[in-house]
Design a binder for this molecule. Sequence first.
Ligand code: ZN
Length: 205
Amino acid sequence: MFKINDIHTHHDYNDTNISYLKNLRTADILSGNYLSELKTAELNHNKYISVGIHPWDLSDYKEIIEDKNFFNNKLLAPIIQIIKHPKCLAIGECGLDKCINVDIDAQMTIFKKQILLSIEYNKSLIIHAVKSFNQIIELHKEYNPTQEWIIHGFRSNSVVAKQLTNHGIKLSFNIKAKNDTKLGEIIKMLGENNIYFETDDDDVI
Ligand SMILES: [Zn+2]
C-alpha cells in the first residue's frame, strides 16, 4: 500500500491533504450504508476504504460460518463488491481474538477466507490480533502472501514487534503511540517509513 496518513478510521476528514482508509464493518454492510461510503470515496481523492469481517462481528455472520459454499453466500456479495472497488485498499479488520467468547475455529475459518480474498483481489490485510501473534506468523508462513499484512493497533512489546516484522508483517500504531515511552521506542526502532499510523475512534491525527 502506498503511504496513507491514517489506515484505520471511522471518521471522514475535511482536510483533503490527509489520505485515509475508512473502515467498514458488519453494520455498514447490513444497513446498506456502504453504498454511500463508496460514492464519497469515488468523489474524494484522499478517501479510501477497508472492509472485513471482524471477529467481534461473527455472530452476525453465523450463516456464513455454517455455509460450506462461503464464496456464494449472499451476505458476502456486498463485501466482494467493495473489495473489487478500486478505492478499497485493504481487507480488515479481520483476525483472531482469544479474549472473546467466539469459537476460535469459526474465527480461523472466516480469517482464512479473508486471507484468500486478499490474495485473490490483491488487497492488503489489516489484522486484529489478540493473544494470537504466533498463529498469525504461522499463517503468514503458510500462505506466504505478496500482499501486505498489517497488525492493527499494535501495542505489544519490542520482542513481538521484531518477531512480526522479521516475518515481513507490518505494524500499525495509534497516532498517540508516538507519545508513549515504550511504543515510542518501538516506532523509533522500526522507523516511521516501515510502519503505519491510525486513529481508530479518535478524531485527531
Ligand atoms: Zn476501528
